[in-house]
Structures are given as C-alpha cells and as structure tokens.
Write a protein that binds this ligand. Structure first.
Ligand code: ADP
Ligand code: MG
Length: 717
C-alpha cells in the first residue's frame, strides 16, 4: 500500500525515471506498475492513456491491435487511389513552405509512376531541412485528393539518403484503438517497450493442462504475437480473429466473465433467505381456481421454483418461455407459496400498462382468497402513496405490483421474501438489484424470480447466465394455433382495412400497432392518433379505441378495459402494448412500419394475438423499398412462430449485445472474444470455469480481476 501511495504522488512530479523507479519496475508485477514508470510517459500521455482505460503496464499489454497493415507491400503512386492506406517509396523533388489559407510544408515526390504531395501543418526547420531534394522517403498514410496530385497529410514517414530496402521480415504493423493526440507511433513504441521489458513477468493463469488440451500457446507468446505478428502469420485467420493466439485470449476473457458470474452466484448463496417450507394449502386453492389445468411444463417449472423457495438461500431463477406460454401462472404459484409462508411479495413490470394488467390478474386470483394486493406506480397520488408505504412497512400489504417506481428510495417492506420481475430484458441489472436490496437486511435477501419471453440459447445460458438458474416453460397451453403471418407493402393498406372490418364484424377484435418513427415517442403518438382518426373514418361501423404512452393513466385504463370487455373492436396503439397485454378474443394484429422493428419486438407484439382458440393472423405492413436486413427479419417472422428459433436468428442478425440482459451483464465489454464467432468455445469455458472454481479459487479471482477489471463491484452486482 505504501508503495502505491508513493507512486501516486510521483504522478504529479515530472517523471524523470530514476534508478529507484527502475528497480521498482523490476519488482512490481505489470498489473501493479503504473504507466508513468515507462520512459516517455509523463502526466500528459498518462491522461491520454487513461482515456483508453490504460493505467498499468499490464493494461498496455492487453490493449490489443484492432487491425493490422501489411507495410511490406509498396504501392506505386500511379496505382494509388484516394482513400487508400498505402506505403509509398519515392524521391523528393521539391520542398517548400506554402502560405495559403494555412501555412504548411509541402513536399512533392515521385516514384516514376506518378507524383504525390506530403503536407505538414506542423513542422520544424529541422524537418524542412531534412526533406531535401534528391533524398528518399518511405511514407505511410491515407491518400487524399489534392489540388494537383494525390496528397498525404501528416503521414508516418522516414527519410534516407539511399533507396530504402523493404524489409520482408518487418511483419504486419499493428493498428491500435487510440484517442485524440495519441499517435500510432507512440502506441507502438510503448507496446514495444512493455513487450521487451515486462512481458516476461505477466503471469500465466490458465492451467497447463488446459493449454495442452486446447492446444493453445502460452499467454506470453500469444500477447507477443498479437502485438507483433511474425511475417509468416496466417493473415486470413488473424484478420478473422480466429488465430490460436487470439482464440487463447478470447477463451481466457470468456472464462474470466464466466467466473465472475459463478462467484456472484456463490456470494448470493452465502446470504440467507427465508426458507419457505410450510404448505397451508393456498397454492392448491390457487391452482383449483384457475379454471384450467397447468401444462406439464408449467408444473415442472413450479416444482423447480418451490424447491428453491424451500431452501434458506436466495433464489435467482430465470423463467423463460415463449409469449403466451403462461409464465404469469407460474409466477402466481410462487406468489401463493410465498404468501402462505408469511412473506411479502413484490411484482415488477417494465411498463405501467403491464403493471396494471398484472395487478388485475393477480388481484383477480388472490383477492377472493383473502390476500391483500396493492399497486404502486409513479402516478399514484402522494396521499395514497404514503398510505401504501405504511401498509408495506407494517406488513399489511401482502402483494404489491408496480413499475420502476417500486425501487424509488422510500419504499420499505416489513418482510419482503419474493421479488418477481417480469420481462426483465427491459430492466437493467441495477434496477433488479435495487429491488433485491430493498428486502435485504444485514443477512437476508429475498428470493428472486425473473421472467422473460426472450429465450437464450442453452450454451450461452450456461456460460453467461451462470449467476442464475434457468427454467423453461417450453410448451404452449393446449388448443393454440400458430399465428398466420403475412408481409404486405403499404400500398395494399385498403385490403388490410377490409380484413380488419371483416374480422370485427364477425365478433372478433383487432390491434393496429403504430411503432416508433424516428425514435421519438411524440411522433409515435402522433402517428397513432392520426391512424386512429383515419381508421375511425373508414370504418364507421366499428368501435375504434386509442392507447398510447402519453395518455392519462385513467383514460388509457378506460380504453383497455373497454377492449378487454369487448366494447372496443379495434384498438389502435403504440408499442406500449408490446409486453404482456392479454385479450384472448383479439385475433388479428396489423403492424405498421414493421420494417423498423427488431425481431424480438415483432415477436412480442405478435404474441398479443393467438391467445384464444381462434386462428389468429398478423399482418406486417412495410414501406417499400425494403433493405436486405429488414427483408430477412420479416421473412423470419413470417416463416416461424417459435420464439427460440427467432431469438437464434436475432442473435445472428444483431449480435448478442441486444439479447436479454446481455448488455447489463457486461458482455458488450468483451474485448477479444465474440460470442457468435467463439460460441464453440462456450462448453469448455463452462467446464474449465467449474473446475477452476472448485480447485484453484485464487486463480479464478486473479482471472476475474485481470479481465473484468472492477471485479469486486461486478461480483456484487
Ligand atoms: P406469458 O407467458 O406470455 O406471460 P400469460 O401468462 O400471459 O403468458 O398467459 C397467456 C394466456 O394463456 C393467459 O390468458 C392465460 O390465462 C392462459 N393460460 C396460461 N396457462 C394456461 C393453461 N395451462 N391452459 C390454458 N390457458 C392457459
Ligand atoms: Mg407475460
């Protein structure tokens, strides 16, 4: 610690590298050695490095090139095109200072195939002298169109008297992610310095047996070769990121993230939660009153949850199941069990509308059984709100349903034993935690049940959701028919309106969804309002309603209630209805501007229909012309109704960052690994992670702090 403080103070001094610091450099591990101990790194450079997240020598070693350039290939000037990054070797014909709009040094050279100009805005007299006529330049940079010739502005260059030899042994030149004022030359010198002087002390954390089994190079070799690929490197694999020395690092990085999640799980298990082992019969009554039998899948998942709840450690279980698979019933069973065991339950939904709906469903189930169900949103007036706070704090409120407002500081529970979070891909980890922290007294933590309709592939779940247990409701209630989906251009709107008319006059109901246009809720609302007016005009015999996010909660509630009761035939809505709305008699959905929505969102929307026994239909209206991506998305949706398949396609099309919770889980922070490219490594990551944690826990935490950085915070998340 003392050494650290001394080093920090040194930061503020001009860092002349003394012998004292040289011996420090020899003693400290790269992970502990600040960059300011490197020659040529003063406060100024250190600040720029810090902007790239580089504070220690080890950070520099792990600051990997984002791409490479082959500078052994010289481009004849005559063959160069504006926009290309090229190496040029030529002789200087003329150098002069130009006093145009901006003073600059212009140096014109030619290689026999053509002439080009190098332009320097910042230059010294020495530089000007150096660039004498007849000498040779080798320069590297981007070609731009100049007034008379191609130009390079501030290229990297070297001047020699003799024609420079192109060194075939030079290898590929690394290009690093950088920041303003920190040139590639500087980064290359710095990485060169740390490779030479400090690489030898970087600790190998992967067990020898793993390296052997996967045929991976050592960490030192991998780092050396990623920073300075030898001439004979397989560039195809290098550029694709699949070279063994890159794969080795990708593996280590994924392993570190996986371990951080496993550690988070272990920490959670070290907390106490109420063991709910009593059965006073409420669950049986609840199931009997449902009016239908739970599916096998629902029963299985309920059993999995009850097994967790009986244990004195906090559950963190993710229930995944396609839209309409009946996850709410599963949550209902958990709620019944928790209440029967004297706990309070909090249920959170991502939108006001869904919170209301859950409140209705849950109150509908439990109020008749004598359970006190309340609801809380940002819109509850303050008087009512404080009365509710009292109820929660005294324990008189048994179940509370609400939105994010649930997390706002003042809410205190007397005895929160279970938190149910619906559609959690809309919640940040932080919000989930805030709720869990509510019920957390010194040693106690509530159980948590998280529900999502966006399934995650199994291997991904095993590796990157290792802090959770996962259950799948992988069966739809009986009698459901897949929604028939058609994709139509907007030009056929009139036919679609006729179809809505036909469905509604036969006693069915329909949705007309107007999704986000230009990312603006205001415009979305406007579009919905106009569409509603239009449709009301062209369908005078139908009862048309409007629901959007900017309506007063009460007004919206009235419309939704009318729709639920069948007093509204056609509901025009913004994407507020995306999640969870449940009106079984609605069997037709039209989605305007469907090309603007992502797969998962479209699937969610479509899930609002096909909830009854009637054959349901979904019309995706698009504005031509369709881009390739949009065309693919709409085709996927037309051809499949299986949520798992759709999320797999989504993963391929968009990458994992958008998948449920992955952003919050830190996955987008992956530096080397790519979850799609490297997915075949996932089973090994999982196995090695399990083994390391069991047999070499210190190595596991070293890996986490190397890669996950804020290892401690992360594990607490
Ligand atoms: P989701 O998984 O999308 O949240 P819900 O819980 O909203 O699905 O359930 C969808 C609809 O299916 C609801 O109307 C619900 O009452 C009904 N449902 C749920 N389980 C069953 C079942 N086992 N049999 C018949 N209907 C069911
Ligand atoms: Mg739901």
């Amino acid at each position: 610690m003392e050494t650290r403080q001394r080093l920090t103070r040194r930061d503020h001094v001009v860092p002349a590298k003394t012998t004292e610091s040289a011996s420090l450099a020899a003693r400290l591990r790269p992970a502990e050695l600040p960059v300011t101990e490197l020659p040529g790194v003063g406060r100024h450079i250190a600040l720029k490095l810090a902007r790239l997240g580089i504070r220690t020598v080890q950070d520099l070693l792990f600051h990997l090139p984002s791409r490479y350039q082959d500078r052994t290939k010289v481009t004849p000037i005559g063959a160069g095109r504006a926009g290309q990054q090229v190496v040029v070797v030529a002789r200087i014909e003329h150098t002069a200072v130009s006093f145009g709009r901006r003073r600059s040094l212009l140096c014109r050279f030619s290689d026999g195939t053509g002439a080009m100009t190098m332009r320097l805005f910042y230059f010294t007299a020495a530089q000007k002298n150096q660039l004498r006529q007849g000498r040779w330049v080798k320069c590297f940079g981007e070609l731009r169109r100049g007034a008379t010739t191609l130009e390079m502005v501030h290229p990297e260059y070297r001047v020699t008297d003799e024609e420079p030899k192109i060194d075939g042994a030079e290898g590929l030149t690394p290009i690093y992610p950088s920041t303003d004022g920190l040139g590639q030359g500087k980064l290359r010198r710095l990485t060169g310095e740390v490779l030479n002087r400090h690489l030898g002390r970087v600790v190998e954390l992967l067990p020898g047996s793993v390296l052997h089994e996967l045929d991976y190079p050592t960490l030192q070799e991998a780092l050396q070769k990623i920073h300075r690929p030898p001439v004979d490197t397989d560039t195809e694999r290098l550029y694709a990121g699949t070279h063994p020395f890159q794969q080795r690092l990708a593996f280590e990085e994924m392993l570190a993230y996986h371990l951080s999640l496993r550690i988070a799980r272990q920490r959670r298990r070290s907390h106490l939660a109420p063991a709910m082992s009593e059965d006073r019969g409420l669950l049986q009554v609840f199931l009997r009153c449902l009016g239908f039998d739970p599916t096998h899948a629902q029963r299985r998942v309920i059993d999995e949850i009850l097994a967790d709840l009986r244990r004195p450690e906090p559950m963190l279980r993710l229930v995944q199941g396609d839209v309409g698979s009946g996850k709410t019933v599963v949550a209902g069973a958990a709620i019944a069990w928790a209440i029967d065991n004297g706990s309070q339950v909090a249920v959170m939904a991502p939108t006001e509308l869904l919170a209301e709906q859950h409140y209705k469903t849950i109150a509908g189930w439990f109020a008749p059984l004598g359970v006190q169900v309340d609801w809380l949103t940002g819109r509850v007036p303050s008087g009512q709100r404080s009365a509710l706070m009292d109820k929660l704090e005294s324990g008189r409120a048994q179940v509370v349903v609400g939105t994010h407002a649930l997390f706002q500081g003042v809410v205190r529970f007397q005895n929160l034993g279970l938190a149910v979070v619906d559609e959690q891909h809309r919640f940040g980890v932080g919000q989930r935690l805030a709720l869990r922290d509510k019920g957390k007294t010194a040693a106690r933590m509530p159980h948590q049940l998280v529900m999502t309709a966006t399934p995650i592939p199994r291997t991904l779940a095993m590796t990157f959701y290792a802090d959770l247990d996962v259950s799948s409701v992988d069966q739809l209630p009986p009698g459901r028919q897949p929604v028939e989906t058609v994709v139509l251009p907007e030009t056929r709107r009139a036919e679609v309106v006729a179809r809505v008319h036909a469905a509604c006059t036969q006693g069915r109901q329909a949705y007309w969804v107007c999704p986000i246009i230009d990312e603006s809720e205001a415009l979305e609302v406007q579009a919905a309002t106009e569409t509603e007016a239009d449709l009301a005009r062209s369908l005078p015999d139908l009862r048309v309603g409007l629901a959007h996010g900017r309506m007063k909660a009460q007004d919206k509630e009235v419309v939704m209630q009318c729709f639920r009761n069948g007093e509204v035939d056609l509901l025009v809505a913004t994407t507020v209805i995306e999640v969870g709305v449940d009106v079984p008699n609605a069997s037709l959905m039209v989605i305007d501007n469907a090309e603007r929505l992502g797969l998962a969102q479209l699937h969610q929307l479509r899930g609002r229909v096909g909830r009854g026994s009637e054959q349901a239909c979904c019309v995706l209206l698009y504005k031509p012309p369709l881009g390739l991506d949009a065309r693919t998305r709409l085709a996927v949706l037309r051809d499949t109704t299986d949520g798992f398949e759709i999320s797999r396609k989504d993963l391929e099309l968009r990458g994992p960052g958008e998948l449920m919770g992955t952003r919050q889980a830190g996955l987008t922070r992956l530096m080397v690994a790519d979850l799609i490219r490297d997915r075949t490594l996932l089973p090994q990551v999982e196995r090695v992670g399990r083994e390391l944690l069991a047999h070499q826990p210190e190595t596991a935490s070293a890996l986490v702090s190397r890669w996950v950085g804020r290892g401690e915070d992360y594990a607490n998340v």
